[in-house]
Write a protein that binds this ligand. Structure first.
Ligand code: GDP
Length: 322
């Protein structure tokens, strides 16, 4: 039975990845912080997981845990995951998002050498490494030019993965585009929209206050992206864009959410507030995942409207019972 070591397992994509790895016969060891209140929910939702306490910021313990677990695959999904938060907490972004890949890659290479067997490493990289890309769609050759602390931290991990790959580690970077689900926290615009739209449709709220409605993102279904990461662990080590190839604006998302909730005349509910507008950001992200599709047969399973509808339905269920 292969063993996977997963950081960020309590997060949206990590929790889906745990389900997928267990279903594929992996022993799954996840890293959780002491006092992480999402731990219990994860244990209830996903029996069979082994959880170890540790902090991504504690490099010594992290390296020790990987050496002891001696995994066949390391998946690094941990870290501060929001662009907005990275402007407020640049130091944490560096310490928790940028630095841990260095520790984990070194530890994974150590296991590979000691045990003389393939250890794969899969880094959750991000479209944010491209900054404000001049080409669309972006692919694995698009220049890495981040424009925010989150993107810069992810760029460091991304380059390190390539360095360790050149040292013989089966290390891959998944360049993930935005991926959403009912497990997305409300710090992300998608969940903020679906939660508020559900509340408006039930008469519990009267306003949806947003920043830029014009920003365009390539929004995928998080379980599809977790599945892609598992495929990448077994594929030829490389950089892989994980994206749908379709961009939609924040306004499109809002319209689809109101449609899913059955609210026809919705424009009056939407307000804009400069507080939610980002200092500097890409106006459009859209990814070309041809490499991943050709090498693994991966394809997204849900269309944009289906993703939005699934999130709205989940929030309607929560809001009508609370
Ligand atoms: P990100 O792409 O990883 O930063 O994911 P987000 O879901 O946080 O943001 C997606 C896009 O929505 C960005 O272009 C934001 O500027 C835009 N946006 C517009 N209004 C809001 C808002 O109220 N909250 C958030 N989080 N993003 C917003």
């Amino acid at each position: 039975m292969p063993t996977a070591f997963v950081t960020g397992i309590t997060g949206q994509t990590g929790s889906y990845l745990a389900d997928i790895l267990l279903a594929r016969g992996y022993r799954v060891v996840g890293l959780v912080r002491g006092g992480d209140e999402t731990r219990q929910a994860l244990e209830e939702r996903t029996p069979g997981l082994e959880l170890l306490e540790g902090d991504l910021g504690d490099g010594e313990r992290l390296a020790d845990l990987v050496a002891r677990v001696a995994p066949d695959a390391v998946f690094n999904l941990g870290g501060l995951s929001s662009v907005a938060a990275s402007w407020e907490r640049p130091l944490d972004t560096a310490l928790i998002t940028a630095v841990p890949p260095a520790v984990l890659l070194d530890a994974a290479l150590g296991v590979q050498r000691r045990e003389d067997r393939r250890v794969s490493f899969v880094q959750a990289s991000s479209a944010e490494i491209f900054g404000s890309p001049s080409e669309s769609p972006q692919n694995e050759e698009t220049p890495v030019r981040p424009v925010n602390p989150y993107g810069a931290a992810k760029a460091y991990g991304h380059h390190l993965v390539a360095s360790y790959r050149s040292m013989g580690l089966a290390a891959s970077s998944c360049i993930l585009y935005n991926h959403e689900s009912p497990r997305r926290p409300e710090t992300f615009v998608t969940r903020k929209i679906t939660r508020t739209v559900a509340r408006i449709s039930l008469g519990l709220e009267t306003e949806l206050v947003l920043g830029s409605l014009d920003a365009r993102r390539d929004w995928g279904w998080a379980p599809d992206y977790a599945a892609a990461m598992q495929l990448v662990a077994e594929a030829e080590p490389d950089d892989y864009v994980i994206a749908t190839g379709e961009a939609h604006s924040v306004e499109d998302f809002v319209a689809a959410a109101f449609a899913a909730a059955g609210v026809v005349d919705w424009r009056g509910y939407v307000k804009q507030d400069a507080a939610f507008v980002r200092p500097k950001e890409a106006t459009e992200f859209v990814g070309d995942s041809s490499r991943l599709r050709a090498r693994t047969g991966w394809a997204p399973t849900r269309a944009f409207e289906q993703i939005v509808a699934a999130m709205v339905e989940n929030d309607l269920a929560i809001e009508s019972t609370s």
